[in-house]
Design a protein around this ligand. Structure first.
Ligand SMILES: [Zn+2]
Length: 142
């Protein structure tokens, strides 16, 4: 499959196959005004199957969110048809207002204005702990 390269924008490459749709959901990209190409199950010699997302005319995305969802993905920033920056992601230590605590008794479920704060607990399993109630969320293939 050939998708035209973009002049300016962002390419999120080496996304773990099957994770791309979650990334699109969380990044909340305005697909009405931006051209977005989403390729599922592309074949990569190095990584086997992968997903790939290209977003035209957008040059900054939330790297915390991306690292949280798929730390092995890479972000390429494109300007004038060239890669001007390659960003490697990592699992963030703390995430604020990205994941929501599912515990109905948690203060964040009760108080509308409370921030949803999670701390990385286990980098192997991608488990995050709610700051308030210690509930655990597993971000690996949820
Ligand atoms: Zn909680």
């Amino acid at each position: 499959m050939i998708v035209n390269s973009i002049e300016k924008g962002i390419v999120i490459d080496h996304i773990t196959a099957g994770t791309g749709h979650r990334i699109l959901d969380f990044l909340n990209i305005d697909t009405k005004n931006n051209t977005v190409a989403f390729i599922m199950n592309a074949y990569s010699q190095k990584h086997g199957r992968k997903d790939l997302i290209k977003i035209e005319n957008v040059t900054d995305v939330d790297l915390t969110v991306l690292g949280l969802l798929d730390p092995t993905a890479t972000v390429n920033v494109i300007e004038n048809g060239q890669i001007v920056k390659k960003i490697s992601l990592e699992l963030p230590e703390t995430v604020v207002d990205v994941i929501k605590c599912k515990n109905p008794r948690c203060v964040t479920s009760v108080e509308r204005n409370a921030h949803h704060i999670f701390h990385l607990m286990n980098p192997e399993t991608h488990e995050y702990r709610c700051e308030y109630c210690d509930d655990i969320v597993n971000m690996k293939g949820e």
